[in-house]
Write a protein that binds this ligand. Structure first.
Ligand SMILES: Cc1ncc(COP(=O)(O)O)c(C=O)c1O
Length: 398
């Protein structure tokens, strides 16, 4: 089917026929708020609304539906940081094939539970994607078929169907497409599909700064974009992307958290770290080019507890959650006066802590730490200014 340079446009079209009625044709939305923030019209390809919550079923189903009868009987196996595992479990169940998924012990709970719920045997191994990948080898030697997360032409062809949809959905004026890159299967498939269909389109890959081998850096630690934290990209995908991408940029976890918050609050879209990396790159002005841009939101599988953390972080960065420390004399009514002043300034008090013991304070003094919900940085500056004017010594902690 495919050449040594990856699947052809015809292979991707075949994958699209196989996926007809299986994968959703996901919508493309425009966002006025994002457009304003990025200084250019922005479109969002919402693969977070795909079945199983990410684009991954496209590649997994295309691979599994082309197995021989003997391969189907022996079952499939894969290693996955999460989304690919869910997709293989789901696609195998659809095709009536047994699946085993090796996952890192630190994979998000939502992804582990979802993979189990689709009927796969889930085996938790060490930490990170690479440990899970090593555990697969034994099963392959015993005769099971590996459904690789990215280094496989039929998987790449399946992911390429996102590109075929974009060719239909995007206006001719869209000049830049931003795609999250982990192992590189998604970006390779999209780039191959759009090579002929949109020859002038700039395609920019995005990686998390903490793990960005395609951007030429050494991994430095964990990231909230677990779906794209692949330390060892594929040979095939590396070769394909080296020729076809117009660049790979990196975004920090703080930028990704900001993008998750924006997508949640302004676009009503729940998007995981890896999926929001594309928007983070656009908002940070890192995607380059001019004119309308499209960001692929590649997945939406984020644990509720991680989402809460990320939103809290994003609100803090935006000056909307603030922690301030001040001091008052420990007399009845002093705390009430302080709180009344904050209420006058329309600050919402989320928490109050008194500290006396172990502090370097006058005998009659008490330290008060306030957690406040405010509108934005400007509101925060106004409130802190007013407190200072009224004689409170204020220190902003967060
Ligand atoms: C949400 C999400 N986005 C992007 C990617 C990156 O895909 P690829 O490994 O094909 O580059 C993944 C991979 O798991 C993912 O889960």
């Amino acid at each position: 089917m495919a050449t040594a340079t990856g699947p052809t446009l015809a292979d991707i079209r075949d994958a699209q026929s196989r996926l007809d009625g299986v994968a959703r044709v996901t919508p493309v939305f425009s966002s006025e708020t994002l457009g304003r923030l990025c200084g250019r019209p922005v479109w969002l390809k919402a693969e977070n609304l795909q079945r199983t919550g990410s684009f991954k079923i496209r590649g997994a189903f295309n691979r599994i539906s082309t197995l021989s009868p003997a391969e189907r009987a022996a079952g499939v196996v894969t290693a996955s940081a999460g989304n690919h595992g869910q997709a293989v479990a789901w696609a195998a169940r659809e095709a009536g094939v047994r699946a085993t998924v090796f996952m890192p012990e630190d994979a998000p709970t939502a992804k582990i539970e979802a993979t189990k719920s689709y009927g796969a045997d889930v085996v938790l191994t060490g930490s990170g994607f690479d440990a899970a990948a090593a555990a697969v080898d034994e099963r392959v030697e015993a005769g099971e078929t590996l459904v690789h997360a990215f280094e496989d032409e039929r998987v790449i062809a399946g992911q390429g169907t996102v590109g075929l949809e974009l060719a239909e959905q995007l206006g001719a004026d869209v000049a830049t497409l931003v795609v999250p890159v982990g192992g590189g299967g998604l970006a390779s498939g999209i780039a191959l599909a759009l090579d002929e269909l949109r020859p002038g389109l700039r395609i920019v890959g995005v990686q998390a700064a903490a793990c960005a081998p395609f951007a030429g850096s050494e991994p430095t630690g964990n990231t909230i974009a677990d779906g794209i934290a692949v330390k060892q990209p594929g040979e095939l995908t590396s070769a394909l992307l080296a020729e076809r991408l117009d660049g790979v940029v990196t975004v920090t976890d703080a930028e990704i958290a900001g993008a998750i918050l924006l997508l949640n609050e302004r676009c009503k879209l729940t998007v995981e770290g890896a999926g929001a990396a594309s928007v983070a790159a656009l908002v940070a002005g890192k995607a380059g080019g001019e004119g309308p841009a499209c960001a692929v939101l590649s997945g939406g599988n984020i644990d509720a507890s991680s989402l809460i953390e990320v939103l809290r972080h994003g609100l803090t960065r935006a000056g909307r959650y603030v922690v301030v420390r001040t001091r008052v004399t420990d007399r009845p009514g002093n705390l009430a006066r302080l709180l009344a002043l904050i209420a006058e300034e329309r600050g919402n008090v989320l928490g109050v802590d008194h500290h006396r013991e172990g502090m370097d304070l006058p005998v009659t003094g008490t330290e008060i730490e306030l957690t406040l919900a405010l509108r934005d940085e400007e509101h925060c500056a106004e409130l802190l200014g007013r407190l200072a004017e009224e004689g409170y010594p204020v220190e902003r902690l967060r």
